[in-house]
Design a binder for this molecule. Structure first.
Ligand SMILES: Cc1cc2nc3c(=O)[nH]c(=O)nc-3n(C[C@H](O)[C@H](O)[C@H](O)COP(=O)(O)O)c2cc1C
Length: 329
């Protein structure tokens, strides 16, 4: 079993960093106007907004880190239990717990002033209206970071039970309004419950999205047969992990067939082969979420990057872009 990088010597870590810089030439990718040294990212919501931890994730091979989704106001989220292990992954209903934009901006200011080395940071935001998303984007615009990811799976206020970004018109209005308030690239994260994926993808591309992230968790439920009650306090939660990978692969495949902007695949990535499958379906990069529960979680990015390089060598691919969408030809 690979050792946790926390226990590696500084020399070992420096050597690994050099290796990843070298491999970055081969597995580096471009999304919108920014470049990543590797096509792996930490998915939103997985390690919160831990500015102390983010540099270690990048040192371990991640091309970028995505923060937990930030909203206008602080939210405590739902009471426990908020997460349960189920067959093939996890069920979670955190309730968009977050410190709110004012506190987050204070943290960001400290980080910008004090961090020795900046991480390739993507900030995820959520709101229950296009105006809310636009306000958040405007408040973040003066800071230095790579891109804004729109969490379009926020519950709809008018339409209880649905997610705000499932309607392609609403999703594209959000992208349009956000673009008016920021010059940062916009990654539109697709809710899983889209029936017409090509229509949705076309709408957000037309409104100026720079990339599409697919997918968020799938609405699901587990009932405890002893208490005869749903396990989660919110009853319904979002399913993540390997159980949703085939759905995510299908979405990435359909999006790649429809639009020209890059797709970022997310859903059940834990091994190099999972990442390769996403790339062949058309993803330019992948995000890793639930697999971070692995005891050697920081090793996962390096394992995926090394596996990608080994696969490219085995089949004679010179650059990673030759792999992207190769399952379509
Ligand atoms: C505990 C937990 C919290 C999450 N929080 C967020 C979030 O704040 N914003 C968001 O866009 N997605 C959130 N997600 C969804 C993940 O970013 C990802 O889209 C999903 O889990 C599928 O990837 P995975 O199978 O690799 O976990 C969360 C997922 C989990 C498991």
């Amino acid at each position: 079993m690979a050792r946790d990088s926390a226990r590696k010597s500084r020399k070992e870590l420096q050597f690994e960093r050099k290796l990843s810089q070298r491999s970055g030439e081969k597995i580096g990718v471009k999304i919108g106007n920014f470049k990543l040294a590797s096509p792996t990212m930490l998915a939103s919501g997985i390690l919160g907004i831990s500015f102390e931890l983010f540099p270690r994730i990048v040192e371990c091979g991640a091309g970028a880190v995505v923060t937990k989704s930030i909203g206008l106001e602080p939210r405590e989220g739902y009471s426990n239990p908020t997460i349960a292990a189920v067959e093939g992954g996890y069920l979670n209903a955190i309730g968009l717990a977050n410190p709110g934009i004012t506190f987050f901006k204070e943290e960001l200011e400290v980080y910008e002033r004090t961090a020795a080395k900046k991480v390739p940071l993507i900030i995820s935001i959520f709101a229950d209206s296009a105006a809310g998303f636009a306000q958040l984007a405007g408040e973040l615009d003066p800071f230095t970071f790579l891109a804004i990811e729109l969490n379009l799976s926020c519950p709809h206020v008018k339409n209880v039970g649905s997610e705000i970004g499932t309607d392609p018109n609403e999703a594209s209005e959000i992208v349009r309004e956000v673009k008016k308030r920021t010059s940062k690239p916009i990654l539109a994260k697709m809710p899983a419950a889209i029936t017409d994926v090509p229509e949705w993808a076309r709408s957000v591309e037309r409104s100026g999205a720079d990339a599409i992230v697919a997918i968020n968790t799938i609405r699901a439920m587990k009932i405890d047969i002893e208490s005869r009650k749903p396990i989660l306090s919110n009853k319904i939660g979002g399913l993540s992990g390997p159980a949703i990978r085939t759905v995510a692969i299908r979405c990435v495949y359909e999006i790649y067939e429809t639009v020209r902007i890059p797709v970022i695949g997310v859903g059940g990535v834990s091994t190099p082969n999972d990442a390769i499958e996403f790339l062949l379906a058309g993803a330019t990069a992948v995000q890793v979420g639930s697999s971070i529960s692995d005891p050697c979680f920081l090793e996962i990015f390096r394992r995926i990057n090394d596996g990608l390089l080994a696969y490219m060598k085995r089949f004679g691919f010179k650059e990673i872009k030759e792999l992207i969408g190769a399952a379509h030809s």
